[in-house]
Ligand binder design. Structure first.
Ligand code: AMP
Length: 410
């Protein structure tokens, strides 16, 4: 007996503590059918912004949206107006971004009660993200209990890191008891961009070594050997590594003791300082690279120093990952800053010609939508700008898992 054709739509949900981002994709050709964002959930001033990419219809709704359940229902109503209702038999699955999967989740995973329990068990090491992600899954389950729900973890791509890269040099027993190790984040983006970079070079992912620089408001670097992550800059939490919009990235842990003992700050205050009041924002009062570049153009020294510190750290990671990989075929820039800020790309690689890293100024200045090379034609190492697409990657992984399961079961 032939099985029924697989429904081809996937809804991707990215739930934050007070926001819900959604995209509906048709996986026959990976096209986006609709996208939307609900912000300030639980406040009087909630806002839903919805765009149907089939008809071009956009809609904005302002007013209180009490919780994630109401947010998903409001999004569902907008989708109904576009003839894309979530009760459609065309919907194959719902894919969820889950930030922390610990060491347990190495792949996209079909959600069941045991999976929910494990995601919940990880809350102590991801207190800001996993509770919101769980809420999103439970809300979607309530809406379509019959549909497969798939969790796609930000940490999964990094579970291939060797112990030498994923352990901190602290007492092993204490580390293991409290699950303290380097997990890494932005994995969905690093996976997508490293693969897309290989494709841009006309090679299989297994043939190339890539340094991926995901530079958004959060930022992380990864070293990818033959399609597998061997090191990444974020650690137990997304605080470690590069200088970010508002996060400090690497610092001497003794800074924390000092601020507490000598500065009289509480742990919560230090946590907030390092996560929300540091990075570019802490250095110069702005976390948007556009504004920082504008200030630099006007001769602002504070903005220039913030930029220089950002670039210095970035360059150190490029050098470190070059050493980790031994041979580098490509360096790929992605996310808001990486895709748009040509001065960041130029400055990060300047002076690295001896390593085969050269940026062609003209190519670097050209703006474009798709993946592109910005290194000269015969450069030893390709330098690429590769727009990330985490939603497409979540949808692709979700659809592949659902397809595999339906083949197994048919
Ligand atoms: P993301 O987290 O990937 O959405 O990136 C957001 C950040 O990208 C913003 O905070 C800006 O710093 C940066 N960004 C976005 N557009 C531009 C642009 N055209 N030029 C420079 N930086 C940009």
């Amino acid at each position: 007996m032939r099985s029924a054709p697989l429904a081809s739509r996937v809804l991707v949900l990215n739930s934050g503590s007070s926001s819900l981002k959604y995209q509906l994709l048709d996986m026959r050709d990976s096209t986006r059918l609709a996208t939307g964002l609900v912000e300030r959930i639980g406040e009087q001033t909630s806002r839903l912004k919805h765009t149907c990419l089939v008809s071009g219809r956009t809609h904005e709704l302002n007013g209180p949206i009490a919780d994630h359940d109401a947010a998903l229902k409001a999004a569902g109503e907008e989708l109904v107006k576009d003839g894309l209702g979530l009760d459609s038999p065309e919907l194959a699955a719902i894919g969820h971004r889950v930030v922390h999967g610990g060491m347990f989740f190495t792949e996209p995973t079909l959600v069941d009660d045991a999976v929910l329990t494990e995601i919940e068990r990880l809350i102590p090491i991801a207190p800001l993200h996993n509770p919101a992600n769980l809420t999103g899954i439970r809300t979607a389950q309530a809406l379509r209990p019959d549909l497969p729900q798939v969790a796609v973890f930000d940490t999964a791509f990094h579970t291939t890191m060797p112990e030498s890269a994923s352990r901190y040099a602290i007492d092993v027993k204490i580390a293991d008891r409290h699950r303290v190790r380097r997990y890494g984040f932005h994995g969905t983006s690093h996976a997508y961009v490293s693969r897309a970079t290989a494709q841009l070079l006309g090679k299989a992912p297994s043939e190339v070594n890539v340094i991926v620089l995901h530079l958004g408001n959060g930022a992380s670097a990864s070293a990818v050997r033959g399609g597998r992550c061997v090191d990444t800059s974020m650690g137990l939490t997304p605080l470690e590594g590069l200088v970010m919009g508002t996060r400090s990235g690497d610092l001497d842990p003794a800074v924390i003791f000092h601020l507490q003992r000598v500065g009289g700050m509480s742990m919560d205050e230090i946590d907030t300082l390092l996560n929300k009041g540091s990075g570019l924002f802490g250095l110069c009062g702005d976390n948007d690279m556009r504004e920082i570049r504008r200030r630099i153009d006007e001769g602002d020294e504070e903005a220039q120093l913030a930029f220089d510190i950002y670039i210095h750290r970035l360059k150190k990671y490029i050098g470190a990952y070059y050493a980790v990989l031994g041979r580098v075929d490509a360096v790929a820039f992605t996310a808001g800053v990486g895709e748009n800020a040509s001065p960041v790309r130029e400055a990060a690689l300047s002076g690295l010609e001896e390593l085969g890293l050269v940026v062609d100024s003209e190519l670097n200045a050209v703006r474009g939508d798709g993946p592109r090379l910005i290194s000269p034609e015969h450069a030893r190492v390709a330098v690429a700008v590769v727009p990330t697409d985490e939603e497409l990657e979540i949808a692709t992984q979700t659809y592949a898992l659902v397809g595999k399961n339906s083949r197994v079961n048919s």
